[in-house]
Design a protein around this ligand. Structure first.
Ligand code: DGY
Length: 327
């Protein structure tokens, strides 16, 4: 017997996505589409999840034990992001709620952006563009916006997962950088060798870095992993780039180091309490600030949505979810 008459799974799509993907999902699911760029408030999310079996989440929704208890029919949460710091995975697992994220599809795009942000900070691209637009460019000067070199410099990577390794490849193979890294686990020798990567302690990483790039997941253990005392170990000529999560770096301590010339420049795509940005950072000229767009190329954002869609489809058709986090 055909299952055409079977009811479609009730799914909440919690944020506006690409129209064609949303339209396709509306065919596959009994879809409640929050077709808005404004995130649902926690209360609205709770209400809209009533009776839903699945959630397509943008990654910013706070998925707590309380929310799960208030939405007992929810079985599957599919995140379109690789980061899952807003989801209480243990609470999901304890209630039999499967959670997937969107790894791999954004690795190269995010690494491209991290590299661009690092280069922009080191070569003072953003700062000099503002100067030019203000009409302050009156003459050539020998040290006009003279910054730091990328080629041949020491690239220090904090967090050597997929994105960290993709940044390391760009640095080593594209720019002849010396790569050092700090991570809980070391890469296998055959992963280290092609890029000449060397594991060092966190302290050595900070001391030796010409350009520090932060790519660790945000967990309670990585909250303010780079704080005042860590910044104090860095060379005044060094740069810091954060494409991980706000909260990994103490933004106030960073702004102080930048203002006092204890760090040359920073490139930040993520912030504590974003989309708010701490006023002390906004006041710094030597920081490049971008609104959490490291994975935002059109093909990659589409691929992230499509992977989230594929996870939901798999979950409701009895197939293994391609990128399940809590098997
Ligand atoms: C991710 O996927 O975690 C990126 O930060 C995009 O939000």
């Amino acid at each position: 017997m055909s299952n055409l008459a079977a009811p479609k799974p009730r799914v909440l799509l919690a944020r506006r996505i690409f129209p064609d993907i949303a339209a396709r999902m509306a065919v596959a699911f009994d879809l409640d589409y929050a077709d808005d760029d404004q995130p649902l408030s926690p209360e609205a999310l709770r209400q809209r999840l009533q009776g839903k079996l699945g959630l397509f989440a943008s990654g910013t929704e706070q998925i707590t034990a309380e929310l799960l208890d208030a939405c007992p029919e929810l079985r599957v949460i599919s995140l379109m992001t690789v980061g899952h710091n807003n989801v209480d995975l243990a609470a999901c697992s304890a209630r039999g709620v499967r959670v997937s994220n969107a790894p791999d599809v954004l690795t190269e795009t995010t690494a491209d952006f991290g590299f661009a942000l690092m280069m922009s900070a080191a070569r003072r691209i953003s700062e000099s563009e503002h100067y030019l637009r203000r009409g302050d460019w009156k003459q050539w000067r020998v040290d006009l916006f003279a910054g730091a070199d990328i080629h041949g410099a020491t690239l220090a990577i904090l967090g050597m997962g997929r994105i960290g390794q993709a940044i390391a490849r760009r640095g080593a193979l594209g720019f002849g950088m010396k790569v050092i890294y700090h991570n809980r686990s070391r890469l296998a020798p055959e992963q280290e060798a092609p890029i000449g990567a060397r594991w060092v302690s966190k302290e050595a990483l900070l001391r030796e870095a010409d350009h520090l790039v932060i790519v660790v997941p945000y967990t309670p253990a990585s909250h303010h992993l780079v704080a005042e005392q860590d910044l104090a170990l860095m060379k005044p000529s060094a740069t810091l780039t954060n494409i991980a999560r706000g909260g990994v770096v103490d933004d106030v301590a960073l702004a102080r180091a930048l203002q006092q010339g204890r760090l040359a420049a920073a490139g930040l795509d993520v912030f504590e309490g974003e989309p708010q940005v701490h006023p002390d950072l906004l006041a710094c000229v030597n920081v490049v600030l971008t609104p959490h767009i490291a994975s935002a190329s059109v093909p990659t954002r589409r691929a992230m949505c499509e992977l989230a869609e594929a996870n939901l489809r798999a979950a409701f058709s009895g197939q293994p979810m391609p990128t399940l986090l809590n098997p």
